[in-house]
Design a binder for this molecule. Structure first.
Ligand SMILES: *Cc1c(COP(=O)(O)O)cnc(C)c1O
Length: 394
């Protein structure tokens, strides 16, 4: 009998964590709890300009100047929910630097480009990047609920004249290309953020893609569950589950893992939506083993498998976020063997000019002595392993 266990509370609405509650009371007192928990209200109430920022944050002179100078390029956009995670006084706080512009954004360093991955040159249909043999990247919108200052696609999000510049006719051209290209068995839907699209429209797109026989695998890249968790309504989680979609979550720091995010990820996992994560390695934000370990553990506890740790792409004006590659190797070295294998992502560089993602791993192979290879474990101890007839390490 399970009668002695109380039934779980049937919560129809979303939780509001204590930190968000205090923030809402102070800066959005007129919003009801229902409005705050409505993703469309959050999207409408986004902080978009200097006045909106100054109402909440004490801006540094540099930030104020950078927000004022911005013209047409990557816009400012921060949901009220996400704003509660940014430090209101300290301009050096990691998460704040990822969302409030600074003057460094206007500095172009050697090796930086507006389209560092050469995506525009690999588009056989509008906004469809076909770079790998069996899979394609479908950029379905230029809209995001929050704009990360290190955005790889700064060139195509939020242009002057409105953020929604991708038309449904363009979608159809991309769908047609996929339908007549049988080698494509994997579609990565990204943008912009696809989860800012309405259930109806995204459901239509998923249905179209699912109807193509050779499309075996569909995943969506999104930051919405971290910056706008209220978007994950029960209906929406059911929609994704129904279409057997995987989600790749863009997450940055353990501070993002709030009660709201836990609820959103639970809803998705409970509906059978497999969850993976992608994190960009960012200087002064998450570039140490302890922070990264806390993030990866927090993700695993929420049923998210850490998938990629990316070196920050050389997008124009991003040098202040980029670490040397040594740092990424050091972080993987600090995770592998020291913690759960599931918690260790692949560290990858997306090679310039369309080379694709290249995974880098610390070198544990020391060399070969005759039929033996010499390999080093996570503690730095050397082991001998018999590998007769092999050649690696020679
Ligand atoms: C990242 C990416 C993919 C997916 O790569 P995986 O290694 O399978 O995750 C596909 N196409 C493009 C253009 C990409 O940038």
């Amino acid at each position: 009998m399970h009668g002695s266990f109380p039934a779980p509370p049937k919560r129809s609405s979303f939780p509001i964590g204590p930190a968000a509650k205090a923030f809402k009371k102070r800066f959005f007192p007129e919003a009801s709890a229902a409005e705050w928990n409505d993703w469309r209200w959050q999207a409408r109430a986004r902080i978009r300009d200097l006045a909106g920022l100054e109402r909440i944050f004490t801006l540094s002179a540099d930030e104020r100047d950078a927000v004022g100078r911005r013209s047409g390029a990557l816009p400012v956009g921060i949901t009220p929910y996400y704003a509660h995670l940014l430090d209101r006084e300290d301009a050096t706080q990691g998460l704040r630097r990822t969302h409030i512009p600074t003057g460094e954004e206007f500095v172009k360093s050697p090796g930086e480009y507006d389209d560092p991955l050469g995506e525009d040159a690999h588009m056989p249909a509008p906004n469809l990047v076909h770079r790998y043999p069996d899979r394609a990247l479908f950029l379905v919108t230029g809209f995001c609920s929050t704009y990360c200052r290190y955005c790889t696609r700064a060139r195509m999000v939020g242009e002057v004249g409105g953020e929604w510049r991708f038309a449904v006719e363009d979608w159809q051209k991309a769908i047609d290309y996929i339908a007549r290209t049988p080698v494509i068995r994997d579609i990565l839907i990204s943008g912009g953020d696809p989860l800012t699209i309405s259930d109806d429209k995204l459901g239509w797109l998923l249905e179209k893609l699912r109807a193509i026989k050779h499309v075996e695998f569909i995943r969506i890249g999104t930051k919405v569950p971290l910056v706008l968790p209220q978007r994950i309504t029960r209906d929406f989680a059911r929609l994704l589950g129904k279409h057997r979609v995987w989600l790749s979550l863009h997450c940055t720091h353990p501070d993002e893992l709030t009660p709201e995010v836990t609820e959103a990820l639970d809803r998705l996992a409970d509906r059978g939506v497999p969850l993976g994560s992608q994190t960009v390695l960012l200087k002064g934000v998450n570039d140490d083993v302890e922070t990264m370990k806390r993030l990866m553990h927090g993700l695993l506890m929420r049923r998210v498998k850490p998938y990629y740790l990316f070196q920050c792409d050389p997008i124009t004006g991003s040098a202040h976020f980029r670490t040397p590659v040594d740092k990424g190797i050091e972080i993987i070295r600090g995770l592998r063997g020291h913690t759960t294998g599931y918690a260790v992502p692949h560290y990858a560089i997306d090679a310039p000019n369309g080379g694709g993602k290249i995974a880098l791993v610390p070198d544990y192979l020391e060399g070969r002595e005759g039929d033996d290879i010499l390999i080093r474990n996570f503690e730095g101890r050397l082991f001998r392993y018999a590998d007769p007839g092999g050649t690696v390490g020679r």
